[in-house]
Design a protein around this ligand. Structure first.
Ligand code: GDD
Ligand code: MN
Length: 381
């Protein structure tokens, strides 16, 4: 098998026959199968079985009783079940013209990319098939926001929201992706380093039935964006915030039993530094421990950094207040934010840096790319 076409469907019965027929015509000469991953509540599965019986190419149906992960989850299930490593993902409503499959495949065969994106916003591509002006606005605005949030990764992607693309599954470790809702391509682009290219296509009108895009999908999308962009960093911040609360609680407890406040502050600080390290180790950087130095070395680096940070922060705070006349609250906030960013960067770049000679990460990336990659790794809580 040279090519698997993955079609997620949710109540697309009237579109199935034409889709199969046009895909078959468009892929003549390429050994191709179609895999429908279906979550329908209507007669779509029966229609797919009927069409499959007489189709000129193999047509398989995966009907899911529980629609895990919605559209994105369906796509991943299709990728896992595909007979070919090379998969084209497309909608079942004919908004993605099957005639473009050949161009996607041709581009892939040039051999320099693992992902070919069919874009509405490059060359002679168009988004004419979007239902109305609101959808056009939402599509343009969300594309612009997304690209602004991932200025490095999406620098060369004009249409990160498209649902029409070819991917070589060997390049994306699909099992580790966690899509919520519609934006599976964005998930791939944000979390994996793949070589990609774009080709233009004309987004057609829906052939029959209704779009399943909804307000709910919109909210899903926003939470996906936040999780992708701030995943690791937000978890790091959450653990840091818990540590600050614990710090104060410990200090309060110790002073209650008569420990002097300076000694209490030192004990509270050291206890939370150690606890924070263990939590970050377990929940934030667990994916990097394999390639990093030993846990003792990591602990020493982290412990030294946090103590140095505490020692440096106080004089800086005093300097801001005394010399620059910052209000003490603002000065404290500024130093805490700067310290937080510095701590995150130090941990992801130094404490959990891969050992020299460890396999995996190519060395010739810039510092900015490295930080970007770290921040976008998903948190695991
Ligand atoms: N299996 C499964 N499960 N399929 C689903 C689900 C689901 O929960 N929800 C939708 N689908 C299928 C639909 O049946 C259709 O084949 C395809 O996914 C896209 O759904 P549409 O309802 O047609 O979405 P759209 O046209 O509004 O959005 C499309 O265009 C957007 C770009 O404007 C999708 O391709 C989006 O991914 C894309 O961002
Ligand atoms: Mn559609």
């Amino acid at each position: 098998m040279q090519l698997t076409i993955i079609v997620p469907t949710f109540n697309e019965a009237p579109n199935v026959a034409e889709l199969v027929q046009r895909v078959a015509a468009a892929t003549a000469g390429i050994d191709t199968e179609i895999v429908f991953v279906d979550d329908s509540s209507d007669e779509t599965p029966e229609v797919i079985r009927d069409v499959a019986a007489t189709a000129p190419l193999p047509v398989r149906l995966i009907h899911r009783e529980v629609s895990k992960g919605g559209l994105g989850g369906a796509v991943l299930e299709g990728i896992a079940a595909a007979a070919s490593d090379v998969c084209v993902v497309m909608d079942g409503d004919l908004q993605h013209p099957p005639e473009k499959i050949r161009d996607l495949h041709q581009r892939y065969l040039e051999g320099d990319v693992d992902l070919v994106i069919a874009s509405r916003y490059v060359g002679d591509g168009t988004a004419g098939g979007l239902a109305d002006r609101t959808r056009v606005f939402v599509s343009k605005a969300s594309t612009a926001i997304t690209r602004a949030m991932f200025p490095i990764r999406l620098r060369d992607v004009t249409d990160p929201m498209t649902g029409f693309f070819l991917v070589d599954r060997r390049a994306i470790a699909a099992e580790g992706l966690k899509p919520q809702g519609f934006k599976i391509l964005l998930e791939i682009l944000a979390r994996r380093n793949v070589r990609f290219a774009e080709i233009p296509f004309q987004f057609a009108g829906r052939r029959a039935g209704e779009s399943k895009a909804s307000m709910r999908q919109g909210l899903h999308f926003l939470s996906q964006l936040a999780a992708l962009r701030f995943g690791k960093m937000s978890l790091f911040a959450l653990i840091g915030a818990l540590g600050a609360v614990a710090n104060i609680a410990i200090m309060w407890g110790l002073t209650q039993i008569g420990v002097g406040y300076i000694v209490a502050a030192i004990i509270a600080a050291e206890v939370t530094i150690v606890a924070n390290f263990l939590l970050q180790e377990r929940f934030v950087f667990q994916d990097m421990t394999g390639d990093a130095s030993t846990i003792w070395l990591r602990f020493v680096k982290s412990f030294s950094f946090n103590n140095a940070e505490a020692l440096v922060r106080i004089p800086v705070l005093a300097f801001l207040v005394e010399t620059w006349h910052f209000s003490s609250v603002i000065a404290a906030a500024v130093t805490l934010v700067v310290a937080f960013i510095a701590r995150f960067m130090f941990h992801s770049l130094v404490v959990y840096a891969p050992r020299r000679g460890s396999v995996g990460k190519p060395a010739e990336r810039t510092l900015l790319e490295h930080i970007d990659e770290q921040i976008t790794q998903p948190g695991e809580l």
